[in-house]
Design a binder for this molecule. Structure first.
Ligand code: ATP
Ligand code: MG
Length: 209
């Protein structure tokens, strides 16, 4: 278990496919940064999982470039290619172990949506992930907080873990919605940082549904 308040740097981890990254991801990261006084948030675009090999997901490099454009200008947001560079599946527990190995003096806070917390037992080696970092689980304003607290108690019964709730305002967008809007030729400027909108346009991404 991590020992907090030890002078270690507090680093949030924001993982995702980021296909594309959008303002919901950025708000979630910002909310975690402020609410838990993190020093920085590390955005980690996923590699292409063999499970999704048949799907039309832009190469990790493209998703990394969009992520870099989205966080540019915010000195507390960083990006890591640790999963993008790995072949095949990236498991979060492997990522955490690799990061801790590289940076033993950092404490990690894994940021996730409530949906992921409910599904966490099905991830590979949840015991290792839970042992190695604090989990920040985002509660959207309308989600049943009681239900999540029950899930946290359930996880605490089985694993050594430190799971904390992160309250954030509801912002109903997803990458799926952005891709659909682009394919329909509609405007995404309210949901995606300007430079990412430009990039999507220049690279002709998501034009076909
Ligand atoms: P897709 O629609 O392709 O599944 P997505 O928008 O859900 O994409 P992901 O890259 O799958 O994005 O998500 C990464 C993380 O961001 C997840 O933990 C997810 O719960 C969280 N997240 C995504 N959209 C929002 C949002 N609008 N508000 C808060 N958290 C979000
Ligand atoms: Mg998703």
């Amino acid at each position: 278990m991590c020992f907090m308040n030890n002078g270690h740097k507090k680093v949030g981890i924001m993982g995702g496919t980021f296909n594309p990254i959008h303002n919901g991801h950025l708000r979630l990261a910002e909310c975690a940064l402020v609410s838990f006084s993190l020093d920085e948030v590390l955005f980690i675009p996923s590699g292409i999982s063999w499970l999704k090999a048949g799907q039309d997901i832009p190469k990790s490099n493209i998703r990394c470039e969009m992520t870099a454009l989205a966080i540019e200008g915010n000195s507390r947001f960083k990006m890591s290619r640790i999963e993008a560079q790995r072949q095949g599946n990236s498991y979060s527990y492997e990522t955490i172990l690799a990061l801790k190995n590289q940076n033993p003096l950092q404490d990690y806070y894994f940021i996730m949506g409530a949906d992921s917390l409910v599904n966490l037992e099905n991830w590979k080696c949840p015991d290792i992930l839970l042992r190695e970092c604090v989990i920040l689980a985002a509660v959207r304003e309308d989600v049943d907080r009681k239900l999540l607290e029950k899930q946290i108690d359930h996880l605490k019964d089985q694993f050594v873990c430190d799971i904390r709730l992160l309250s954030m305002p509801r912002f109903d967008i997803s990458s799926t919605m952005i891709r659909r809007l682009v394919s329909e030729g509609r405007d995404i400027r309210d949901y995606v940082p300007r430079k990412v909108v430009q990039y999507i346009d220049e690279k002709h991404l998501y034009r076909q549904s």
